[in-house]
Ligand binder design. Structure first.
Ligand code: FAD
Length: 267
C-alpha cells in the first residue's frame, strides 16, 4: 500500500504548484494525473503578475525571464476583417496602454510574461536506433513506415514534408503522439512523430529509442514559433501566406524586424 500525507489529483498549474510548495515545506505528497503528457493545444501562455510572483517564490523567475516574452513586447490585439483587410480596432493589451501601465507597475514587483509553450512542447521524432544512425533530414524516412496523428501539428508537418514524398508510407490514424510512440515500441513502424511529452511518456526510459527534434526546416525549434492559422479549406490563402513569409525571411526583412526588438531570427 502507498501512503502519503497529501494526495493531489491533477498535474495542471494548481496541482503541480501545490506539489512543489508542499515538497519545499517538507510535506509528503503524491500527484496522480490522468494523462502522462501536457495539453495538445496551446493554452495558459499568458502568465500574469501574481503567477510570476509564485514562480519567484519557487525560484523560477530567472528562467521565465530568459525564456519568456516580457510584457513591453507582448503587443496589441487587432480586430480586422481579414489578414489583408481593414483594421477595425486595436487594443493595447496586457497593460501596454500608457494609461494602464501605472496600475500594472504598482500592482506587483513582477511583470507578466508570455511564456512560449513550444519551447517544451516541440514536435519530435522517435527513432529506433537499431535501424541505424539518427536521420539528419526527413528525406531519410522516405519509404519507411512512420506513425503520426494526422490531426496534429506533427501530422501536418510530416504530410507536407519533402513536398509530400513521405505521404504514402505515413500511418496517420493514431489519436496522438503517445499512440504513435506505442506503435514504434511494438515494432509496427520505423519511427514516430509527436509532441515531446507524448513520445517521452512511452519511450523515455528505453535507450533503444532516440527522441530528436524533427529534422525539418519548417518545424519549430528553440525559441518562439511564428505561425498563422487559416481555415482548413483556405489552401490558397495558406500557400500565399507561406510564400510571403518565405520571401520576408529570404530577403532579411524578418531578421531585421526581430533584431529591432533584440531577438534573433532563425528562418
Ligand atoms: C485554450 C485555452 C487558453 C488559455 N490561455 C490562458 C492564458 O494564456 N493564460 C492563463 O493564465 N490561463 C489560460 N487558460 C486557462 C488555464 O489553462 C487554466 O486556468 C489552468 O490550466 C487551470 O489550472 P488547474 O490546475 O486548475 O486545472 P487544469 O489545468 O485543468 O488541470 C487539471 C488536471 O487534472 C487532470 N485530471 C482531471 N480529472 C482527473 C482525474 N479524475 N484523475 C486524474 N487526473 C485528473 C487533468 O487531466 C489536468 O491535467 C487557457 C485555457 C484554455 C483552454
Amino acid at each position: 500500500m502507498i501512503e502519503t500525507d497529501v494526495l493531489i489529483v491533477g498535474s495542471g498549474p494548481a496541482g503541480s504548484s501545490s506539489a512543489l510548495f508542499l515538497s519545499t515545506y517538507g510535506v509528503r505528497n503524491m500527484v496522480i494525473t490522468k494523462y502522462r503528457w501536457t495539453a495538445n493545444t496551446p493554452r495558459a501562455h499568458i502568465t500574469n503578475q501574481r503567477a510570476v510572483e509564485i514562480m519567484r517564490d519557487m525560484g523560477l523567475e530567472d528562467e521565465i525571464k530568459a525564456k519568456g516574452v516580457p510584457q513591453p513586447l507582448m503587443g496589441d490585439t487587432v480586430f480586422c476583417t481579414s489578414l489583408a483587410g481593414d483594421e477595425l480596432a486595436r487594443l493595447h493589451t496586457w497593460g501596454t496602454h500608457p494609461q494602464r501601465l501605472a496600475d500594472y507597475t504598482m500592482a506587483s514587483p513582477c511583470i507578466h510574461y508570455d511564456l512560449p509553450q513550444d519551447y517544451r512542447e516541440r514536435v519530435m521524432l522517435a527513432w529506433d536506433r537499431e535501424r541505424g544512425p539518427l536521420p539528419e533530414s526527413l528525406a531519410a524516412l522516405k519509404g519507411l513506415p512512420v506513425a503520426v496523428s494526422g490531426q496534429s501539428l506533427a501530422g501536418w508537418l510530416m504530410i507536407g514534408a519533402e513536398a509530400g514524398a513521405l505521404r504514402d508510407s505515413l500511418s496517420t490514424r493514431y489519436a496522438d503522439g503517445a499512440e504513435a510512440a506505442g506503435a514504434l515500441r511494438d515494432g509496427r513502424v520505423a519511427a514516430a512523430a509527436g509532441l515531446a511529452s507524448e513520445l517521452e511518456s512511452v519511450l523515455a526510459d528505453q535507450p533503444r529509442y532516440a527522441i530528436l527534434p524533427l529534422p525539418a526546416p519548417r518545424a519549430p525549434h528553440d525559441g518562439w514559433a511564428v505561425g498563422c492559422a487559416v481555415k482548413r479549406d483556405a489552401t490558397d490563402l495558406a500557400q500565399a501566406l507561406q510564400q510571403r513569409v518565405n520571401e520576408l525571411s529570404a530577403d532579411g526583412r524578418l531578421r531585421a524586424i526581430f533584431q529591432r526588438h533584440g531577438v534573433a531570427w532563425h528562418g
